[in-house]
Design a protein around this ligand. Sequence first.
Ligand code: ADP
Ligand code: MG
Length: 576
Amino acid sequence: MTGADDAALPAQTEVAPTDASGGPALLVESKELLVLAQQAGRFGIFEWQVADGAVQMSPHLLTLYGLARFDGRYDSWLRCIFREDRVRLTNLIEAALADRVREVEADFRITRGDDATLRWMEARYIVFYAGADRGPSRVVGINVDVTEQKRAGIQLRVFADSLEDRVRERTRELEEEFRARQKAEESLRQAQKMEAVGQLTGGIAHDFNNLLTVVLGGIEGIGRQISNLPESPATARIVRAKDMATNGARRAAALISRLMAFSRQQSLAPTPIDANKLVAGMCELLRRTLGESISVETVLTAGLWRSFADENQLESAILNLAVNARDAMPHGGKLTIETANCHLDDAYVDKFAEPVVAGQYVLIAVTDTGTGMSPSTIERAFEPFFTTKEVGKGTGLGLSQVYGFVRQSSGHVRIYSEIGEGTTLKIYLPRHRDAAAAGGSRAEPLPASVMHGDASQCVLVVEDDDALRAHATEMLRELGYRVLEAADGAAGLALLATDAGVDLLFTDVVMPGGMNGRQLADEAARRNPELRVLFTTGYTRNAIIHHGRLDAGTELLTKPYSFDELASKVRQLLDT
Ligand code: ADP
Ligand code: MG
């Protein structure tokens, strides 16, 4: 134990010594213990005589402060305090002394004298007050170096903060994932609904289509017989009744064809299309349809790619959109049709549950300045029979035609609309690249005079629907052909084997009995390569039609077909 240690200890205390019986040996021992305790506890002893400003620091406290020498002045001690903590510390001490506080605690940083590093000190002092005014006389206590604890605390806080940040970040990610999943589910639900409605309407439409073929055919048959009747009031009534029935059946056929369009079961005859030309060609019709209060503007991109779709159907789609635009602008407004080349990227197509292939598309956008649509209307707008228009004004089949046609053409359609702002419908049709692979072209109907046949030419009708078969057979006989008929593929083949004179096979595509029209035709062609084949179907989702397109070289007559259509198609095939 050194003398300096003695000097560092308070000369006199006002608290009673704990060891009242302490002899010299015990005293020496306790001084040594005190020094060891200071080292172990990383603290040092501090005493300040307030009146004269003398400060004593124990040798271990001087070590903690990094001081080799200390002049014993309060001001010198104060200079060791890190300057940012100095004012706070002196204020704290002054306030405590003024309030006659006995025990004072403070923490502050010091700048070590030797290496100028910052250390955290925690101080605990006892203040003695003396004299008549009981002013502060001595401040005695300890400074503990708590740098390590502080550091650990700070690290803990940083860790906790970063943990909090991480939790917050992860929560945000999870919320985002959740929202994305919700959107995907919503989109999937919507796609599934459209699919289900499509199948339902498709089934009904298909059956009705067959029935209508018979009805229309019957009416046409009546029409052809009327010329043989003598002129009379009764004949006139028959003619009027026939015309009414024809009108009704035609309208029904149109309706059915829109349903078929929605359910993507329409036979399409896609060709390479210049959408600019098509839109420009429609302008006159649109102006007439929309009336004077609506101005029509077209913005046609130069260098527009060609697309590949059924031209008639695209025309109907644009017309449907224009009619909707007109209905949305009862007080007038503006209709804009734009075309553009565009690219749908992966990020865009990933958002949709419906299959959309990323790639190059031709965009046709129809915009109006009308009432706009609410989100719930947008959600249902493509459904067949969904309409917000009053009875008699809307059928709810306009947008469903657009939807079905575009989807069947491997395209994509979107609605952008804001209540009160107007609506844009965007149709994306795939870019057409290979000019050589142009698909089924539509032949102009031949004049009626050259459409008839003669008994030297034989047509084999294969159709499982009895009424339809009878109807087709009847018409072909009326046209002058020799006609054979069979109810399924096997019977058809048997007839072909026994009768060598068949020139044309006219067959339904979907038939029961294990052999569809395509298989029948393949087998028949194997036996007789000269044989011409004409398919008929209400569906396109079947063996000969891929993605709703005609196979190259496939001739197809879609139900319901008229007498003239059948006549001209059969004639055309037999003449080539
Ligand atoms: P319809 O026109 O017979 O009602 P659509 O299938 O063409 O049937 O349209 C369905 C519904 O979508 C309409 O009743 C209407 O509510 C809404 N709609 C379609 N196009 C527009 C448009 N351009 N502006 C505002 N609403 C529209
Ligand atoms: Mg409409």
